[in-house]
Design a protein around this ligand. Structure first.
Ligand SMILES: [Fe+2]
Length: 179
């Protein structure tokens, strides 16, 4: 029977340090910092989810001579929105907090409102999405400010990427209306 060799002076894991035993703070963030950041992230998460469903609605129900262009463009945008939503929710989990996960929470918390696709022509759909993007930009810029104040580089980087992409959608959809 093989004997187990005893090894001396093996480095201890971080979980064995006194700090982790006495105060299980996630990544060193203070509770008030976590509160500020995760609350702001949850607000934009709610707005983004309502916007995402709107993009899918418009993708399915757009009609008219713009159908092929907008059907494809809305699909591109909802796929991107889905990625952003996932990143935001997981960022909230990184702080040990709970992202909103139900449609009811999204509808209650979102400033962006649902809209029916019936009786909406393609121009109205685009106007509606432009309005959504302006709202999302407001929320994202607010998060950028909060995260910068808290020296939260991870959230700052994430949000900067989203802002850049949304600004581009805003330009493109505005140009579409200028046809
Ligand atoms: Fe589709």
């Amino acid at each position: 029977m093989a004997t187990v060799k005893h090894v001396e002076n093996v480095p201890q894991t971080q979980l064995d340090t006194n700090m982790a035993k006495t105060k299980p703070v996630k990544l060193g963030w203070k509770p008030e910092q976590i509160d500020k950041i995760s609350h702001a992230l949850n607000s934009v998460l709610a707005n983004y989810n309502v916007h995402f469903q709107k993009l899918r609605n418009f993708h399915w129900n757009v009609t008219g001579s713009d159908f092929f262009d907008l059907h494809m463009e809305f699909e591109e945008q909802y796929k991107e929105a889905l990625d952003h939503i996932d990143e935001i929710a997981e960022r909230i989990r990184i702080f040990g907090e709970t992202p909103f996960g139900t449609m009811q929470e999204y509808l209650n918390e979102s400033e962006i409102k649902e809209s029916s696709s019936t009786q909406m022509n393609s121009d109205l759909m685009v106007r509606e999405l432009l309005s959504d993007y302006r709202i999302l930009l407001q929320y994202l810029n607010a998060i950028l400010q909060i995260a910068t104040e808290q020296h939260d580089a991870g959230t700052v980087n994430m949000v900067k990427g989203f802002i850049k992409k949304i600004e581009k959608h805003h330009w493109m959809l505005s140009s579409f209306l200028a046809k």
